[in-house]
Design a protein around this ligand. Structure first.
Ligand code: AMP
Ligand code: MG
Length: 485
């Protein structure tokens, strides 16, 4: 038995999901197994690595204790309301509890059609699976809350997208797959009993401290608001753009979920968008806090029936809690950028310095990650030539640098230590991911393995891996990423 399941979500009433076994595939083959994660979550990697285990990861065999379900949710996609989305290409096998006491979902993504598939085939391409595997594991290595990748398998089947592509299945691990859209699903159906059960489930599972307060639903809302505000701030520290911050992709646990058209910024511009379907820049790098706040207001709306017996009082509570967002976000956002600059205090001047840096970087057309990396070496070496050379014209950077030096503490050792921990050498650059996918589609997984290895310790310089640090050459720049479902 690879998993010791205890399926609390499947014990909720029927309106939360539909029973749904994965659809078997022709020829399952293991691409990657995350042994370290298996140990952390209390799964048996040796069993998963057998032919029976691989059949379970492909959905051809149901592990003992699994109660496979497709969960129901709704959501706002690019601002437009959809009353029923749900797991259209995923199946929740069940939950495991790790030695750390944390309960986690084991989900197969790309496991075949469900009652929520609408016109989709329920499948995932190898490219999309490898992208999610690499980026979600890179995010975890960077220290960000995220869903994880336990395994990737190919199905032996070709699926039709733009052309035919190899099919694959990702085994995704999450503290839960409950989304803002899950609450919206029951709220829009005026099913207050279901909403109450869901809130209780979330409190026990993700916000146990809220359970001990006078108004546990309010405390839960405060927790979700704080975790989302901090999460988005931390994405921005690494130049990460989620790409599809729809309410169905906003996890109540505070984990990053759904790596579709996501990307990391190369040359910095605050309005950068990668998603080919985001034509208005709704989910641009610098618009992410506004959107998170908007998603949370949709969440708060669903809690009105639970926050108080009196609707006006409930609305007032919801508004009060939502108003906490800007401050929590700003605190985390500026503290993180201050660490990236080796400035270890928060003040109005530091905040202004950071805001001005964004215009200086934009005008200078510098690579986001390399800028902070070279700044770190410059502070270490006391010599700014390399970082200055990044700017088309370094006049405004030089003026900005004088202000930085005035505000930064004198202790170089402390500064450098903070900067090294905040400024990764390696991020999953878009052109590297594209390269991995192209090779994998031709049966060569070596670039995947290599990139995965480099990203596993993103803050440590590797002498042999400079090409993974470099920005794309002009002909390598990726302009848009696709949902790639
Ligand atoms: P996403 O863009 O991944 O957040 O997905 C949005 C919705 O579309 C969810 O309900 C998915 O389950 C559904 N979906 C995405 N791709 C597929 C597919 N290939 N087959 C069926 N449903 C899908
Ligand atoms: Mg989604």
């Amino acid at each position: 038995m690879p998993f010791t399941f205890d399926n609390s979500y499947a014990r909720l009433p029927k309106q939360f999901y539909s029973a749904q076994a994965p659809t078997p595939v022709t020829a399952p083959a293991l691409v990657k197994l995350n042994r370290k994660l298996a140990t952390e979550i209390g799964a048996d990697a040796d069993v998963l690595d057998t032919s029976e285990g691989i059949e379970m990861l492909a959905g051809n065999r149901i592990a003992e204790g699994s109660t496979p379900i497709a969960t129901a949710y709704a959501g706002h996609q690019f601002g437009g309301w959809n009353p029923q989305l749900g797991d259209g290409r995923a199946v929740l096998l069940g939950e495991v509890v790790g030695a750390d006491g944390i309960r986690r979902d084991i989900q197969l993504k790309g496991s075949g059609p469900t009652m929520f598939s609408r016109n989709g085939d329920g499948r995932a391409t190898l490219g999309a699976v490898l992208r999610e595997y690499l980026v979600s594991e890179a995010m975890a290595a960077l220290g960000l809350p995220t869903t994880r990748a336990l395994a990737a398998v190919t199905t032996g089947e070709q699926i039709l997208r733009d052309g035919y592509e190899p099919g694959a299945i990702l085994t995704r691990v999450a503290q839960s797959h409950i989304r803002v859209g899950t609450f919206q699903f029951h709220y829009s159906r005026k099913d207050t009993d279901a909403l109450r059960l869901l809130a209780d489930h979330v409190i026990v599972r993700h916000y146990p401290e809220a359970g001990d307060t006078d108004n546990p639903v309010r405390a839960m809302l405060e927790g979700v608001v704080a975790r989302q505000a901090e999460l988005v701030a931390r994405w921005m520290h690494f130049g990460f753009i989620h790409g599809v911050m729809n309410t169905d992709n906003c996890a109540i646990s505070g984990e990053t979920i759904d790596y579709g058209p996501c990307a990391f910024i190369d040359v910095f511009h605050p309005e950068t968008v990668f998603s080919s379907i985001d034509r208005q820049g709704r989910y641009a790098w610098n618009n992410q806090p506004n959107i998170a706040h908007w998603n949370l207001s949709q969440f708060a709306q669903t809690l009105i029936p639970l926050l108080s017996d009196d609707e006006d009082a409930a609305t007032k509570i919801a508004q009060e809690v939502l108003n906490l967002f800007p401050e929590v976000f700003a605190k985390e956002f500026y503290a993180g950028f201050a660490r990236k600059l080796g400035v270890l205090e928060d003040s109005m001047e530091v905040r202004k310095l950071i805001t001005d840096l964004f215009s200086v970087m934009t005008d200078g057309e510098v690579d986001f990650t390399l800028f902070f990396r070279h700044l770190t070496s410059s502070v270490t070496g006391g010599e700014y030539a390399t970082v200055r050379m990044m700017f088309k014209d370094s006049t405004s950077f030089d003026a900005w640098l004088t202000r930085l030096e005035d505000l930064a503490g004198a202790d170089i050792g402390t500064r450098v230590a903070a900067m090294r921990q905040a400024n990764p050498v390696y991020i999953p650059r878009n052109h590297r991911i594209e390269e991995v996918i192209a090779a994998a589609n031709n049966g060569d997984l070596r670039p995947f393995e290599r990139l995965h290895e480099v990203l596993s310790t993103p803050f440590d310089e590797r002498p042999d891996s400079a090409e993974y640090e470099n920005a794309p050459r002009p002909n390598e720049v990726v302009q848009a990423t696709f949902c790639g479902t």
